[in-house]
Write a new protein. Structure first.
Length: 661
């Protein structure tokens, strides 16, 4: 707590300069719907949540979606480096709960790969993101499986809501050090009185020596990454209260890790269809989607660098839907939410002689249905909900060492309740508390996918059952119109935790044998320094550890969950000039559950300056990790060095606004 208290005291001491009031500045306190399903301000929520607006996202120098989320309180992967990280490690943790114990939705579609659990961040470049909302704490009572530590809801560039307005958009291109290149374009227009469209495309690349000295070899060269994304959204407004939207999203990326036969490629194609209808006191939304991914992963021999060791092929297909019905307003709101997910995938590993050494395939069905009611009183709010989850594994097979095993069908069912309350001690000060349980269904990757690295075989386990959790939170939120301060404590207890259990010197198998616990405090401050100038800051201290497991892991910190994290960001707009700067502290974390692979600490900083050159052209100068901190994003990858770039942006019919937005 001393770290958090000192951090906040320093920020509160910042003096507020005198400035002429803006005609209509944006609200200091934002609103989110991810926490309860209904739109509520952060000050009036009974649960802790975080928010990044479009203005904040644009002020951050980041090319990838995971990197920009470093500014979001509660997002544990503060050292995310998706451009140079093996796809199997692209996982998330919220509020210290641990990897895979958080759910991500992008435009109301599941973002985590249903087969492996990883996130394809190449599909969500930072320039395409318009909003990020994060529920910190138990969310399974409304969102079902995966929401143990919270739920992240991301929004992307969408079609215009003005049927008679002009086309809007922008085109930008940038280049910089370490072969950095980035090109992005987006546009939205009304095609007809009831039909509008939004398109976006991006391409980016970067190259640097990503492998630390302990993993370098004489044949190494700078690693190189390239990714592309394309999206299309078409919206048809059948009436003032009814709409249909089709969306396409594709992403293609590859990473060359610095030597021959040490790389991977990934393809991602997704289609979705959304129906929305609103009544006077109710609304209904239904989104269905289908997605195909294909991953090719190659590794070389440590004893003979550059020579092929194995190749893995992981194709997967998934489809599903998410629907919610909300009725009521004012004193009471009822929400009924349901979703279903159908996943099938294959994982094959071949040795250098193209001989199949491990294979697994399966089909999994997961369904959630949740009911929740929110009661609002003159000085408070009460939320109670319950979700029922069904996970079935009806068929599949595992091949290893020349033996094929057929998986017996089975179904697991789990209930997850939650209750949360807020009480206003005064007009400025609100206190809140919550308690709930959660679950995380094992991914098909854990159930059927085995692989071999050197002499060790890592075995799947089709008998795995869902992880279970219980969480408690308590905190307060204070606001006087110019500043908002919140401090929240969250404790999460996980049972049936899935981890590798050693069978013998050459075999490990995934098993439900561990328990974990995290106790964390997050403090967040937002302060308006002028009509178009704001400072935001947060700090987190959390004690995550294994409480029951193997002798080597008990008492150890959970992998990729930092003990301490902190962030300060400042953005201001003076006329047409926009400036954003930030500083982040990346606390100690580990890449393994025995804490033998420390990733170190670092202080990074970044900036973005945008200024007009002509009426239709803007100059953008940015820098990321300008402190040139040398830290590891995983045990065998360095995070990016200091990267500086300069670019041009050309807005298309940008709308004039009297606000700072």
């Amino acid at each position: 707590m001393l770290f958090v208290s000192f951090f906040l005291a320093a920020l509160l001491a910042i003096s507020t300069p005198t400035a002429t009031p803006s005609p209509s500045p944006p609200p200091l306190i934002g609103s989110v719907s991810v926490a309860t399903g209904s739109l509520e301000t952060l000050h009036r929520l009974p649960l802790p949540a975080s928010l990044l607006t479009a203005t904040q996202l644009q002020s951050l120098p980041a090319a990838t979606g995971d990197e920009v989320l470093r500014a979001l309180p509660g997002f544990d992967r503060t050292r995310s480096n998706s451009a140079f990280t093996n796809y199997g490690q692209l996982r998330v943790s919220f509020a210290g709960a641990g990897n895979d114990r958080g759910l991500i939705l992008v435009d109301n579609v599941f973002a985590q790969d249903g087969f492996g659990g990883q996130v394809d961040w190449a599909a969500y470049p930072s320039a395409n993101l318009t909003r990020a909302e994060l529920l910190r704490g138990p969310g399974s009572a409304l969102y079902g499986s995966g929401a143990i530590g919270g739920v992240l809801s991301l929004s992307t560039f969408a079609p215009t809501a003005q049927p008679n307005g002009p086309a809007l958009g922008s085109v930008s291109i940038a280049g910089g050090t370490y072969d950095y290149g980035n090109a992005y374009a987006q546009a939205t227009a009304a095609l007809a009185p009831k039909l509008s469209i939004a398109v976006a495309t991006s391409s980016q690349q970067l190259s640097y020596r990503a492998v630390p000295p302990a993993y370098q070899t004489p044949v190494d060269r700078p690693a190189f990454t390239r990714s592309r994304m394309a999206s299309l959204r078409v919206r048809y407004a059948a009436g003032s209260d009814t709409s249909f939207e089709y969306a396409y999203r594709g992403a293609w990326d590859n990473q060359q890790e610095g030597r021959p036969n040490y790389d991977f490629w990934r393809n991602f194609v997704q289609h979705s269809l959304t129906f929305a209808h609103a009544w006077k006191n109710a609304s209904f939304n239904l989104t269905s989607y289908v997605r195909n991914t294909f991953v090719t992963n190659r590794a070389d021999k440590s004893s003979a660098p550059g020579m092929l060791l194995y190749t893995q092929y992981v194709p997967s297909h998934e489809s599903g839907f998410i629907g919610d019905w909300i009725v009521g307003e004012g004193p009471s709101t009822f929400e009924l939410r349901g979703d279903a997910r159908f996943v099938n995938g294959v994982s094959d590993q071949y040795n250098a002689g193209n001989v199949l050494t491990a294979s697994g395939s399966g089909v999994q069905r997961t369904a959630d249905i949740a009911a929740q009611n929110t009661w609002r009183f003159s000085r408070g709010q009460l939320v109670a909900g319950l979700a029922a989850t069904s996970i079935s594994l009806p068929e599949g097979s595992i091949a290893h060492g020349g033996t094929t095993t057929t998986i017996a069908p089975r179904t697991d069912r789990v209930l997850s309740p939650r209750i949360a309350a807020r009480y206003d001690l005064s007009k400025r000060l609100a206190v809140r508390a919550s308690a709930g349980t959660g679950l995380r269904a094992p991914f098909l990757n854990e159930l059927v996918r085995g692989y071999v690295i050197g002499p060790v075989s890592y075995l799947p386990n089709p008998a795995l059952v869902p992880e279970r959790s219980a969480s408690e939170s308590a905190g307060f939120d204070w606001s006087n119109g110019r500043s908002e301060l919140s401090i929240d404590y969250i404790a999460t207890f996980v049972t049936n935790a899935i981890s590798f259990l050693t069978v013998d010197a050459t075999h490990q198998i995934r098993s439900n044998f561990a328990r974990a616990q995290v106790d964390g405090v997050t403090a967040s401050l937002t302060r308006r320094l002028g009509p178009c100038a704001n400072v935001s800051a947060w700090a987190t201290q959390q004690h995550s550890r294994v409480t029951d497991g193997t002798t080597e892991t008990v008492g150890k910190q959970l992998p990729y969950v930092p003990e301490d994290s902190a962030y300060v960001g400042y953005d201001t707009q003076a006329g047409a000039l926009h400036v954003g700067v930030n500083v982040a502290y990346l606390g100690q974390t580990f890449a393994d559950d025995r804490n033998l692979e420390p990733l170190g600490t670092a202080v990074t900083a970044g900036f973005t300056v945008s200024a007009p050159l002509t009426h239709a052209l803007r100059l953008i100068v940015s820098g990321d990790n300008v402190t040139n901190a040398r830290y590891r994003s995983s045990i065998d990858r360095y995070g990016p060095p200091a990267v500086f770039w300069i670019g041009l942006s050309m807005p298309v019919n940008k709308q004039a606004s009297a606000t700072c937005e």
